[in-house]
Design a protein around this ligand. Sequence first.
Ligand code: HEC
Length: 165
Amino acid sequence: MKMKFLLAAALLLPALQSPMAGAGESTAAIERGRFLVKFGGCNDCHTPGYGEAAGKLPESTWLTGMPVGFQGPWGTSYPGNLRLDFAKWSEEEWLVQARTPRMPPMPWFGLAELSDDDLRAIYQYIRSLGPSGQPAPAYVAPGGVVTTPYIVFVPRVDAPKVAGR
Ligand code: HEC
């Protein structure tokens, strides 16, 4: 009887341990994802008011997309609501999305160079926040009618020369 119990316990142990180990791993991935998102400046553009609040905004508001556009020769682009994007993307889709060229001022070339492991950590983190907020306004082509506030990027060819450049 005792023998049988020990045997059952021995068989059960790995089954009990593996989900716990998995949860531990994904907590570490979520923490790393949070760090990468913070340090990567994603909130600067994808979270309304983040810069103005010097980063002191509740995480519940993070990455919900920007209702203010960035206008330049490419038209008017809006940093999307990543909370909604990530709710619909699988982890594999995210690896493709993360390496897709985007319009300015999205620093896609830096994101594209992260390792698969780092990108997967970002995925785990943003997914852990869950979907929230509304979709960002749609992109407007050059010369189109813009109905939201926007920031204009104008390259000044007449700017005074800076010494050494
Ligand atoms: C300087 C502003 C800026 C920063 C910083 C920034 N983004 Fe973006 N992001 C944008 C803009 C603008 C777009 C829309 C570009 C387009 O439509 O092609 C965009 C688009 C995206 C998209 C495409 C999907 C969507 O909803 O628009 C993803 C994914 C994304 N950014 C992720 C990130 C991540 C992750 C970081 C941090 C590593 C980051 N961004 C940092 C401005 C920024």
